[in-house]
Ligand binder design. Structure first.
Ligand code: SF4
Length: 344
């Protein structure tokens, strides 16, 4: 298949997040830290999916802009570099809406109804009416977000593979109907499985904003230490003299991600022999977290909101230009151009 014009020599990746507010360590370890590394090898597009926020928050949109700004600052703080990545805002690139509409024409309803998160979220988010056209159609918008940039890979964790698979199916169906000569306009992207280590929140469940158990990338050191102090531990270790097992303890899971092998050794020995107390052990875990968070917070402090917005504006302009390249081909393949009709 011939390469489209202006194709960089590096394979392209694209990923994004909904603007949920300040990002936490789970977001960092599950996605952002991987994205930062990808910048060395790939042509990267990373975006903030503000239209996706509307699929669940349409009734109260007051937090979407402030949350977008927080996510943007955290993107930059984590090390996404506008010199190496295109950082953009979904709603600034209207081609996302256009391609979503066009893909929606050929996407069977049954494909959307069987998306597991469709029923799950309707059942779990009972405070919101999610029986909307927008919510049912969000996988089509997601497919448009991806296919617009013709990426080679979409970096995701294991739990999101199904979304990329649906995007591939939507692209395949489009390509069956519409072609440019022999060429497929919307190549099917592949999944780039990125490591997402088990990261418990302070209550031992998966770290998630909806559980209120997060440690934020922007939490100052005293706040991190305070949160760690209340973190649940191995339930078998009730008294200081009880022996425990770091493999059954959420704090142990944090150590596995953030602590040095030397500290890990002390944790395993001390916990299993009751030679250390949980307070001491949590202090070591906090040291590891603070080490990771410190450079992130320094970067965040070095960028003003005005600079961040300027970066997003410039990235959105670049993304729009790239998106339009795809849309020119999409419109042509679908014969939705007046020049095609006129034979010009
Ligand atoms: S010593 Fe550490 S690993 Fe062991 S139960 Fe306490 S907090 Fe968990």
């Amino acid at each position: 298949m011939p390469e489209p014009a202006n194709r960089s020599l590096r394979p392209r990746v694209l990923s994004g997040m909904r603007p949920t507010g300040k990002l936490h360590l789970g977001n960092y370890m599950g996605a952002l830290a991987n994205w930062v590394k990808l910048q060395d090898q790939y042509e990267c597009y990373f975006f903030i999916a503000d239209w996706h926020a509307l699929t669940t928050d349409y009734a109260d949109t007051s937090q979407i802009v402030p949350n977008t700004l927080e996510v943007l600052l955290d993107y930059l703080a984590a090390g996404l570099d506008p010199e190496r990545s295109v950082l953009f805002l979904q709603s600034r690139v209207p081609q996302h809406a256009e391609l979503s509409l066009l893909l929606g024409m050929s996407t069977p309803l049954g494909w959307l109804e069987r998306v597991p998160s469709y029923k799950e979220m309707q059942e779990n988010l009972t405070s919101k009416d999610l029986t909307t056209y927008g919510f049912l159609g969000y996988p089509v918008l997601m497919a448009a977000d991806i296919l617009l940039y013709q990426p080679d890979f979409v970096p995701v964790g294991q739990d999101q593979q199904a979304h990329v698979e649906l995007t591939r199916e939507i692209a395949r169906r489009f390509n069956q109907f519409y072609k440019l000569g022999e060429r497929e306009v919307l190549p099917e992207p592949k999944v780039l499985l990125t490591p997402s280590p088990k990261l418990p929140g302070t209550d031992g469940r998966k770290m998630s904003k909806s559980y209120g158990n997060t440690i934020l990338l922007s939490d100052p050191e005293p706040e991190v230490r305070k949160k760690l102090k209340t973190m649940v531990t191995d339930p078998a270790r009730i008294r200081r003299t009880d022996k425990g097992d770091p493999d059954k303890c959420p704090v142990g899971d944090l150590h596995k991600v953030f602590s040095t092998p030397e500290t890990m050794g002390k944790v395993y020995d001390g916990c299993r022999s009751a030679g250390i107390g949980c307070i001491e052990c949590k202090g070591w875990a906090a040291d590891g977290l603070v080490n990771v968070l410190q450079p992130i917070q320094e970067r965040r402090a070095s960028v003003t909101e005005a600079q961040a917005i300027e970066i997003l504006n410039e990235g959105s302009r670049r993304a729009g230009a790239r998106a339009e390249e795809t849309m020119v081909e999409v419109r042509e393949a679908m014969q939705m151009t007046l020049t095609t009709v006129a034979g010009a």
